[in-house]
Design a protein around this ligand. Structure first.
Ligand SMILES: NC(=O)C1=CN([C@@H]2O[C@H](COP(=O)(O)OP(=O)(O)OC[C@H]3O[C@@H](n4cnc5c(N)ncnc54)[C@H](O)[C@@H]3O)[C@@H](O)[C@H]2O)C=CC1
Ligand SMILES: O=C(O)[C@@H]1CCC=N1
Length: 267
């Protein structure tokens, strides 16, 4: 499969990294910045172009991986050369209706990936415009499965939902990790050791949650001895509204996805 990425930034790099590790595809990247082109070429051995190619293979897939604010311009430039290629947009917010209008094509799949794709542990939500066929859906699934797990969403609004969970979720987790590292440093550990301990704690806790038949809340309660140390920490989190803040943050994230769709699809 010929896969052309438009935009070679953070998310494209994560997906390309996963695809290259899995082998087999012909990958091209169109990227404005020379430094990033050189980096992509050197790191992954992919073809890196400064401008859009003149044509795409009939079974080609174009992955739109620029910021949502740049998408309209990119689509308008792409329209005359797109031919029959399938378009996979990973941009947050922008609806199929706007993409179809700009591209003059309805062969569109929206995907909400996440950066752990870089290490083969991505989570991607997929949604296809109404008249996208099974072969195109299978092509999009196979690209995203090369870098992690996939789930098809029945409604386009599911993309807003999953953005607030797995799309943006790695940042929530990194925020928690950062906070625990800062706590460990305050407790007296050197930065390196703090990082190692916190990451191992996350690894262990996630693996336990994965393997255990118990609800996550029970696993938490099992750490909290009555009158003990953990209880003191969790009581503080509850008093400070940490859980409510995380839930509210995720809801704000979802609302921003809806808002971006409206804001950036007008023209
Ligand atoms: N970073 C993340 O965790 C996730 C990002 N996304 C979506 O992925 C898209 C890209 O996000 P990031 O990779 O974080 O942004 P980024 O800013 O790292 O990458 C965008 C790249 O596109 C390039 N670019 C801009 N205009 C271009 C043009 N006309 N032609 C070719 N290249 C052009 C830029 O030079 C930049 O390297 C966004 O639409 C975002 O909503 C989706 C899921 C997760
Ligand atoms: O923050 C953003 O807008 C993008 C979409 C999901 C993750 N990063």
């Amino acid at each position: 499969m010929q896969i052309t990425f438009i935009g070679g930034g953070n998310m494209a790099t994560a997906i390309i990294g996963g695809l290259v590790a899995g082998g087999e595809h012909h990958i091209r990247v169109v990227e404005l910045h020379e430094e990033k082109r050189a980096q992509l070429q050197q790191q992954f051995g992919v073809e890196a172009l400064a401008t859009l190619p003149a044509q795409f293979a009939a079974d080609g897939v174009v992955v739109l991986a620029v910021k949502p604010q740049a998408l309209r311009e990119v689509c308008l430039a792409l329209a005359p050369v797109l031919g029959n290629a399938l378009v996979v947009s990973i941009a947050a917010g922008i609806r199929c209706e706007a993409l179809a209008r700009w591209l003059g094509s309805e062969r569109i799949v929206r995907v909400m990936p996440n950066t752990p794709a870089m290490v083969g542990k991505g989570v991607s939500g997929l949604y296809a415009a109404a008249n996208v066929g099974d072969a195109e859906r299978a092509a999009a699934t196979s690209i995203m499965q090369a870098v992690g797990t996939t789930t098809w969403l029945a409604a386009e609004s599911g993309i807003d939902d999953i953005t607030s969970v797995s799309g943006s979720g790695p940042a929530y987790v990194f925020y928690f990790i950062e906070s625990m590292i800062e706590g460990a440093v305050q407790a007296g550990f050197a930065e390196d050791e703090a990082r190692r301990l916190v990451l191992a704690t996350f690894d262990g806790a996630v693996e336990l949650a994965r393997q255990s038949p118990l609800p996550v809340a029970t696993l938490r309660q099992n750490v909290m001895s009555k009158g003990g140390t953990t209880e003191r920490a969790i009581f503080r989190f509850e008093a400070e509204g940490v859980k409510q803040a995380i839930i509210a943050g995720a809801m704000d994230c979802r609302a921003r996805s809806v808002e971006m769709g409206i804001e950036l699809s007008k023209d």
